[in-house]
Design a protein around this ligand. Structure first.
Ligand code: GLU
Ligand code: MG
Length: 465
């Protein structure tokens, strides 16, 4: 123990010296709260070793912060008392390309005695990854990042909640090359910043809504995938600022339009072999992969309270918007909440699944942890995927949907939170403190926006994540 601590201290000192030599002055330690907001404490680079040894103080009250910075309370958390320590993950310290003089590291949260904080979302994600590993399963995950870019306002930004005209810096059609030409310097800087930071970009393209783009990054282990999406988002934000632009990752930038998703891709392996490429199995799915995906599908109503955590999320979740609002799965079906991607047969990484419903208001650590918990529960209860659905369930009549057994996922945060409250597997996996804090935040968000019109919800949340 002592020698491990000494080793870590040495490692942190060397890292701090390297950062200083690179001109890094400050290190931002982020963690993501239950409202999906990346909160931060920063330390001068020369304090990094001290931070790695003793942590950096931050109140546990942030576990019950809402997306508008109000404070609620759960049975276990809330109020001004107590302190936690943020410990930077030294393996993920990254020099930020679009914030000269800055580095970033994701943090884990411990109490003052050095015990894991029971509501630490990143440790929850790690616990679930280890639980899967104990069952012999390895997971690879990756988030898609969608965002809408606008010109930054010349004067002071509009007050939260006030509607503002959005000034798009590109005018081209959805998925059109025009947008790439119009914003080529900006988009090149986004990919360049990500790549020098060690993030492996798979592709970048214009999306459907005005000013909307998407970037996808390579799959990684679940905790790393969640770290990556935080880094990707903050990098896009920083590059945008340098170009006089503003990036919105909000689920609904303009109420009624196609929103920003943050789809979660996942694949399963046992002993290094993909469970999506099983010879002779239907859709290539090994029984454990079918059970795991069946577990996710069954838990989706409760998972929505994790993956679609804001009243704004439900503005995005409209049928026929590629957001996956029906509880069904399909092979390459972009209207199914769970999409199976088969890929070319000779592509070893081609077979995987995508949870389409989630958005970027979600805490990505909670999202990966909860999806793993649901999948493992699917295996324990010998779940099987039902028949896949083809086509858009949204265009079917109510009767036909009922005949096919397709149910609409929760259409409000209240409904999703009720399902999470009753979910025994998610309660067990998260533990009472984390589960209670998440629910308290969901209830407070519902109450805050209960009387708000759709436009006001979109305007109030547009720049929060
Ligand atoms: N923007 C869509 C959403 O809200 C997703 C489009 C796509 O399939 O990439 O999730
Ligand atoms: Mg997309």
């Amino acid at each position: 123990m002592g020698s491990r601590a000494a080793e870590q201290r040495q490692e942190a000192r060397q890292l701090a010296a390297r950062l200083s030599a690179e001109g890094v002055r400050n290190v931002a330690l982020t963690w993501v709260d239950n409202a999906g907001i990346a909160r931060v404490k920063t330390v001068p680079a020369e304090r990094l070793a001290a931070a790695a040894e003793r942590g950096v103080g931050m109140s546990p009250v942030f576990d019950v912060f809402t997306s508008d910075d109000a404070i609620t309370a759960s049975d276990h958390l809330g109020g001004p008392d107590g302190d936690l320590r943020l410990f930077p993950d030294l393996e993920r310290v990254t020099t930020l390309a679009a914030q000269p003089g800055w580095a970033w590291a994701p943090a884990d949260r411990y109490d003052q005695l050095g015990l894991p904080h029971p509501a630490c979302q990143r440790q929850f994600a790690r616990r679930m990854t280890e639980r899967a590993a104990a069952a012999g399963l390895e997971l690879r995950m990756g988030f898609e990042t969608e965002w809408v870019v606008t010109r930054a306002p010349a004067g002071p930004p509009a007050a939260t909640g006030a509607d503002e005209p959005l000034d798009y810096p590109c005018t081209g059609p959805a998925y059109g090359m025009t947008r790439v030409v119009e914003l080529s310097d900006y988009l090149r800087d986004v990919t360049e910043a990500l790549s020098v930071q060690g993030v492996d970009v798979l592709q970048l393209h214009p999306e459907y809504a005005p000013g909307q783009f998407e970037v996808t990054t390579a799959p990684a282990d679940p905790v790393r995938a969640a770290d990556d999406v935080v880094l990707v988002r903050e990098t896009i934000r920083a590059v945008s600022v340098r170009h006089g632009l503003r990036a919105s990752f909000a689920p609904s930038v303009v109420a009624g339009q196609v929103g920003n998703g943050c789809h979660l891709h996942l694949s399963l392996y046992r002993d290094g072999t993909s469970l999506h490429r099983t010879h002779d199995a239907q859709w290539g799915l090994a029984p454990d992969a079918s059970a795991f995906l069946g577990g996710i599908l069954g838990a989706l109503p409760a998972l929505l309270a994790i993956g679609c955590p804001s009243p704004a999320s439900y503005l995005r979740l409209q049928p026929s918007h590629w957001a996956g609002v029906y509880q069904c799965w399909g092979v390459e079906n972009r209207e199914a909440a769970l999409r199976l991607i088969t890929g070319a047969p000779d592509d070893p990484d081609g077979g995987h699944a995508e949870v389409k419903t989630f958005d970027a208001a979600a805490n990505p650590y909670l999202a990966v942890g909860a999806v793993i918990a649901a999948g493992l529960h699917g295996i324990e209860s010998a779940t099987r995927l039902p028949e896949p659905q083809t086509g858009d369930p949204g265009v079917l009549g109510v009767r036909e949907r009922a005949r096919r057994g397709i149910v609409r996922l929760p259409a409000t945060l209240t409904e999703a939170a009720d399902r999470l409250e009753k979910s025994a597997p998610l309660y067990e996996a998260m533990g009472e403190v984390l589960h209670g804090a998440v629910l308290a935040v969901r209830r407070a968000e519902e109450a805050h926006f209960a009387e708000s019109e759709d436009d006001a919800i979109a305007a109030a949340t547009r720049w929060r994540w």
